[in-house]
Design a protein around this ligand. Sequence first.
Ligand SMILES: [Zn+2]
Length: 182
Amino acid sequence: MTDDDEARQLADARAQREALNELPGRLDAVEDRLSSAEQALEHFAELVTEADIRTPFHWPDVPDDETRAELWAGLVEWIEKVIVPWHPAAAKMLAPCWWQHRTTVGLLTDAWVAWIGDYRSREAKHNAGVEWRNTALPLLTEGLKDTLSTCRNEREHRDDVPVGDMTATVPRGPELPSLLLG
Ligand SMILES: [Zn+2]
């Protein structure tokens, strides 16, 4: 073996060792990329679910308990994440017993579905947000004011659906409000 061959072999071995040393770092990077791709997919799946609600719906028409529970969770989440932090004037009109009022649930549902169409639909026009603020939001705020004035004044829940009181917490699971059914 010539000196040149030996030097080449040494250089090759060194290069291989360096490549091996870099492997864990590269694997980490691949893992990071995979996990962020996974997160993006999950996020997309959520958006698709929400974007699937393309038309207004009537609660008693919802075919099964599971779908009803999913829709209800979506509505409650929207109230908590959009109405409360972004539209405080409307949120102020939301009494703790809102979920025991069929009319209020209907109002909120329509505003929510319109919001999905205006903010989450790929087909939404550029002025859709302005439209929502101009039409759905004032309707919602006014409607909430009307339907909840009795409960606010009396400081206790009074409605045609006597299923609870002001201190009851919003249901999230299988114990959905019975008013959704009829
Ligand atoms: Zn009430």
